[in-house]
Design a protein around this ligand. Structure first.
Ligand SMILES: *[C@@H]1O[C@H](CO)[C@@H](O)[C@H](O)[C@H]1NC(C)=O
Ligand SMILES: *[C@@H]1O[C@H](CO)[C@@H](O)[C@H](O)[C@H]1NC(C)=O
Length: 622
């Protein structure tokens, strides 16, 4: 094949720590190489980045796709923007736009490979329905967390330990096995389940007539399993399976709760997606050790084993894998289909929230409880309520007016920016680094970069299109003190002095504050979506010791729920309570930061009408 690389090709940086038994560590690198191989992707300059301690390690040639031209560089040779990010990362010339983190990078590889070879529709199909596969960040999406974090990490630890003593099976793999037993949800769920019901009824009818002839009903198991497989594989070959025929009325009218569940064919459900690509190298290397050291444990993974076999039937997978040194194991017969015990779904029952009567009481009892402990919704005074940027004399591209934004909305956005900018401009010193978290189209970051030419501004945003829009605006202004990073904020590892976030949704605000506290940076955040707040793997609410002493989780959630009721169309009394709840939720956040050595203020932005979500939390390390 001829090279498709242009001189301005993007660079893909992959970490290389070491290799063992044909497996490249970290597994994120193995996974990325496998995807490149599956896509026959040659559009990137691929660089393996060596860590200091293995500067002269030998490269595992057999595990690197042979037709890929790979350079080896040291960490110090990375462009500065990449030195501030987790790998894998992709950078566009001239090194100001970086994509970082496994999921974002893999999705980008898919996009680029497809653009280079639009005839290969199956590449784009990896992104799944509505192209959302692994799009939401790990904090929000179970599958992203599993594929990007927990499974690769668990398998890496397992492989490390296996050299000395019998390792324990990672809980995360057991969890994956359980996930494969959960019923599948797809967008045309109902239709498919009705087809399955029909097949089952037909098969039962046949089985009945066969029992007289002493025939074991082999067909029953066979046909009831095949609907999912049929649908899954038809997608891989031709676009649309047979056009749907109208179902007989007993099928059409069957209650949704009586329909049979769909079973997993691939990781996320029926279709082969990016999630399968990620899991393949991980699960393969896990199985290699498992089969060699204690093959009897294989029985604990019937679903994973049948997934592992099915995935080999997907066109191009075997070839792509073998190019990366992944040679599929032959798993013993016992694991095929029949041992697929039908686990009862425990998830179905756990799904529904208990209807707690104490929720009907509203927020007043909770607020009273706090008041008895001396905690009241009181804002810190605004440092300068009437201050505003000189919008009229700023270049047009600095103003938040892009797209279909109404003049009214643009005005309110300007008012919000006045509040944030005032605090940041007073905090910033020449040479400071300022990070705009959840930057969206760059409303905050671009103003700051323009106003503070001696500071470096870094926009971090998970949504590609927003960040591309921001870059365009920045280019119009000719800004040269700004970086764009498409990544989960946690994959930005660089130091910085000030973190800002305008309307970071739900716990994203808490992630921003935590990131700032870790770097001992000041923070200026304006939260939103209080109703989305809930415990996550990282945070529990209430956050501060002081609130925890007084409020239970549920009581705190009442505050969060009512904090969202500040929309202009609501009655003034409701809005007032909403605003008080908002204040209390943010006071908990503030108190928690104070417990980490910060001086924190919860301020109401001016004018109040600039947004229904008009709180600002300002924290400065002391
Ligand atoms: C599944 O649940 C049904 C009824 O809820 C029960 O009869 C059956 O024994 C369960 N099967 C397993 C494998 O737990
Ligand atoms: C959330 O975390 C708190 C504190 O650890 C705990 O008390 C509460 O039960 C948790 N709530 C849920 C629903 O997980």
């Amino acid at each position: 094949k001829g090279t498709k690389k242009s001189p301005t090709a993007e660079c893909l940086y992959l970490e290389f720590s070491h290799q063992a038994e044909g497996c490249i560590f970290p597994l994120h690198t193995s996974v990325t190489l496998f995807l490149l191989s599956y896509c026959d992707c040659e559009v990137f300059n691929v660089c393996l980045v060596l860590t200091e301690e293995n500067a002269d390690a030998s490269l595992p040639r057999e595990a690197l796709p042979q037709d890929l031209d790979i350079h080896v560089i040291s960490r110090q040779a990375l462009p500065p923007i990449v030195q501030n990010c987790c790998l894998p990362a992709v950078v566009e010339q001239p090194d100001v736009f970086c994509r970082a983190g496994l999921a974002v990078v893999l999705r980008h590889i898919i996009q680029k490979s497809y653009e280079a070879e639009p005839s290969r529709k199956e590449i784009l199909e990896l992104l799944g329905f509505k192209k959302t596969c692994l799009k939401a960040c790990a904090e929000v999406s179970q599958w992203t967390r599993l594929c990007e974090l927990t499974i690769p990490l668990a398998v890496e630890n397992f492989l490390k330990k296996s050299s000395d003593q019998p390792p324990t099976i990672p809980e995360e793999i057991l969890q994956l096995e359980r996930k494969l037993s959960e019923p599948v949800r797809v967008h045309n769920d109902d239709k498919l389940r009705r087809q399955k019901l029909k097949q089952q009824k037909t098969a039962k009818g046949k089985a009945k007539s066969q029992t007289d002839a002493q025939q074991p009903s082999k067909e029953l198991a066979g046909s009831s399993k095949s609907l999912e497989l049929e649908v899954a594989f038809s997608k891989l070959t031709v676009q649309d399976p047979a056009a749907a025929k109208k179902e007989p009325s007993h099928i059409r009218k069957a209650k949704a709760s009586d329909l049979p569940p769909l079973e997993h064919v691939f990781a996320e459900g029926l279709y082969f997606t990016l999630a399968d690509i990620v899991l393949l190298p991980c699960v393969h290397h896990f199985l290699v050790i498992l089969c060699r050291e204690f093959s009897e444990k294989l029985q604990q993974f019937p679903l994973l084993a049948s997934w592992y076999q099915r995935i080999q039937e997907v066109p191009k997978v075997k070839t792509a894998a073998s190019k990366c040194g992944i040679h599929f194991l032959y798993l013993p017969e016992l694991l095929n289909s029949e041992s697929r015990t039908h686990l009862n779904s425990t998830e179905a029952a756990a799904g529904e929230e208990p209807n707690d009567p104490s929720f009907t009481g509203g927020p007043r009892p909770t607020m009273t409880k706090l008041m008895e402990k001396g905690i009241e919704a009181i804002f810190s005074p605004h440092p300068c309520p009437s201050w505003t940027l000189d919008w009229k004399n700023l270049p047009a591209a600095v103003s938040p007016k892009e797209g279909k934004m109404s003049t009214d909305r643009a005005l309110r956005k300007q008012q919000q920016l006045n509040n944030l900018a005032y605090v940041v401009l007073n905090q910033a010193k020449p040479g400071d680094r300022i990070v705009d978290f959840c930057s969206g189209g760059g409303h905050v970051g671009i103003v700051l970069a323009h106003m503070l030419p001696s500071c470096q501004v870094i926009l971090i945003e998970n949504k590609e299109l927003s960040l591309i829009r921001a870059k365009k605006r920045s280019d119009e202004l000719g800004l040269n003190n700004i970086w764009f990073i498409q990544a989960n904020m946690e994959y930005f590892t660089g130091m910085f002095n000030i973190g800002v976030a305008l309307h970071a949704c739900g716990v994203a605000t808490d992630m921003v504050i935590e990131h700032c506290i870790q770097m001992r940076a000041s923070f200026i955040t304006c939260p939103c979506c209080y109703g989305f707040i809930q415990n996550t793997s990282k945070f529990n609410f209430p956050k501060s010791e002081k609130f925890k002493e007084t409020l239970s989780y549920k009581e705190h959630m009442i505050l969060c729920r009512f904090a969202d009721q500040t929309a202009v169309q609501l009655p003034p009394q409701r809005r007032l309570i909403g605003k008080q709840c908002m204040c209390l939720v943010d006071m908990d956040r503030a108190t928690s930061a104070e417990e980490h050595g910060y001086s924190v203020q919860v301020i109401s932005m001016e004018p109040e009408g600039c947004s229904p979500k008009n709180n600002m939390i300002v924290g400065i390390p002391i």
